[in-house]
Design a protein around this ligand. Sequence first.
Ligand code: ADP
Length: 668
Amino acid sequence: MKTSFTSPRPVPEGPWRWLVPVLLVLLFLLVLLWLPWQARQMESNERQEQLIADTLWVEQTLRFELARSEEALAALGADLAIETPPPAALQARLTQMFKNGHELQRIIWYDANGQVKASRGLELPPDGLTQSSRDAAVMSRSTRLGRYSEPYGAKGLVHGLIDFHLPLYHAGKYMGSLVATYNLQTLLDENVPWWFAQDNALALLDRDDHVVAQRAAGGPGRGVYTHKRALDLPGSQIVLSTDSVKGAPKLLPNLLVGSVVVLALGLVISLVALWRHIARTIAAENALRQQMAFRTAMEDSLLTGLRARDLEGRVTYVNPAFCRIVGLPPEELLGKTPPMPYWAPEAMAEYESRFRQVLSGHATPQFETVFQRSDGVRVPVLVFEAPLVDANGQHTGWMSSILDITDRKRAEELNRQQQEKLETSARLATMGEISSMLAHELNQPLAAISSYTAGALNVLARADGAGADGAKTALDAGMLKRALEQANTQARRAGQIIRSVHEFVKKREPRRETVAIPHVVDGIRALVELQARQSYVSLVVDVPPDLPPVLADRVLIEQVLLNLTRNAIEAMQAIDPERRVLRIAAEMSEQGQVAVSVIDNGHGIAPEVAERLFSPFFSTKAEGMGMGLSICRTAIEFHGGTLTHAANPGGGTVFTFTLQQAQEAPVT
Ligand code: ADP
């Protein structure tokens, strides 16, 4: 059934729906982990490059300083080769040179024979120049170019000094040489800027990688960022080594890794929570779908029509059974407001008054009405209304269940007709029994009428023959009047008997009217007396004339009384004729109803008979039909009263029925 509720689309089952998100999350985590590593790598490269550039710069600085000194030495050497200056002038120049660079520790001037012509600075050790220095001297002379020795130690320094040999030539002739000794430690100390020394441990290494000078203002290097560069001094293999005090970058990667781990954990936790939430949602959805399917199947299989309306009376839901009852598809009903397409024109006023009640929030919980199907056929329905309350307890409208009671009505009608037919046949059966008695009884009035009229005729004939005999004529006139009156009474009685029998048998619809019990009893009295006389039963009627009227169908009540009196007369057939008294009594009951009793002195009712007394076709009589009491009870209950029986204290039975008192004045 189409309603405003649409069922959700099924979610794909299985692990596949998780594959893509899980892969994406893994990829995300991988990228997150790779990023700090990459950042560290980049930073490390950057530092390494910086170190290389700085080292290169320091090397250039050192090289430049030594080159400057070499130049100054070369200038001095050129002068010395030409002529020997006065000692004071030489000393002044040397002093100047020592001032220019503190790394210069000593200058020795050798003549062509290897004798010291002048010297300044450090004392030459007793064993003279080192072997390496002497080798450098030889090499410099042979190549005619300045040359450095390997570094060597002096005065507490294991290594740290280096000699520079400069051969002096003049006009192609060897004139001696100048030997300058430099302190490598001072070279480092003086020429490397403090900020560089702060960040890096510097060292000068000889060809065996022994440290010959070092500077580490900021502590020892970490060995992470290092660089080596040869100073490129002719004849010497000194290498400048730098080692940064900085370790591998830590803080940033640690922070990054930490946050990645926290993020990843958060991600995994939220993913699991999401997973569980989705699983729960899916389970709830499945349960809901099951419920929906169950509800739909239930509603579709219902024979009861269901209709929901909102507070404005707009139809919000109908089930297939309702559509069948009114013969309209749901599309023509949903969203409709009154007047509804299934309202029958003749009952508009009723629908509208009910609809006004619904709008005011007071729907009638249960009522019968009639709907008009789309083909015009009227469908009697029983409607139950209940308030529709939503999940928040809010009253949102009305839910009605509608029962098609066509079949029930038809069955009721059929039942009523059958009951009527049964009553008619029972009446006819009763009539069959009494018709012979009726004929006999009618014989009496008819015979009486016949003899009265014959007497009257005789009187008339006698009057014609007698002439003018005054006294006799007056007597005859009196006799004639009496005979005619008697004949008239008997004729009326006969008519009354016939009329009441006719009324009783006549098939008619039940009709309620205000009825006075004394009149009813009077109406049937002639018939009852007829039967009573037949069985030598005397009838006593004890009905107060001021009894309040009842609301009843007169003929049905007469029928009940006739049945009860006939049963009473029959029950007294076997007893002493003096005791055969049938009494009809009436009085007000304690519940304010009118109670009518038919009392006999007959054989009474045995318990086993009492059990089945009111069952149709139960009879203890040879010719009994067994319908009388069953019909009586139906008739009395139809009037809202009861029919009961009790034993008569003086022997026999008392049948009592009650009837509702009428409010209006009796119809007489
Ligand atoms: P029927 O009179 O045709 O037998 P009823 O339904 O009128 O059918 O009565 C059923 C039975 O109830 C009778 O056969 C009789 O045995 C019993 N019965 C009815 N009225 C009395 C009564 N007043 N006294 C004793 N028995 C009675």
